[in-house]
Write a new protein. Sequence first.
Length: 150
Amino acid sequence: MTQTLTQTPPQSLDGEAHQQTAAGEQDTEQDTAYDIAEVAALTGLTPHTLRYYERAGLVRSPRRDATGRRRYDDRDLSWLRFLTRLRSTGMPIRVVRDYVELCWAGDGNEAERLEILEAHRDVLRERLAQAQHDLEHIDLKIALYRKALP
């Protein structure tokens, strides 16, 4: 069941990273809240993985409702989707954590964030080139089999 909560809009390049007040509470503006099952369905992550990401320091602890259940907002969802992209493209948890820590540290370290993302992009481009090369060889083998069949 979805309810409406309030959140601050993103303030930086990595707006998914929460801005918090000195008291540790998040600033608020109109936003949607999701429970862990809804977030799991929307992101393709399991509730177990969501809890692991929280324990591993990849996501901030979401707010809790009156019964203690996690309540995620749209920025949490955006952040989780981005983390999922990083992980699904092979970025190691250690590097993701480094990137997350830079984001949470605030402005002033954008060059380091850029370096992490560019290095990861370079690895992905190399993997894509290798996959394309492998695909060409597989296509050649398929063509040979097709020629050999009546």
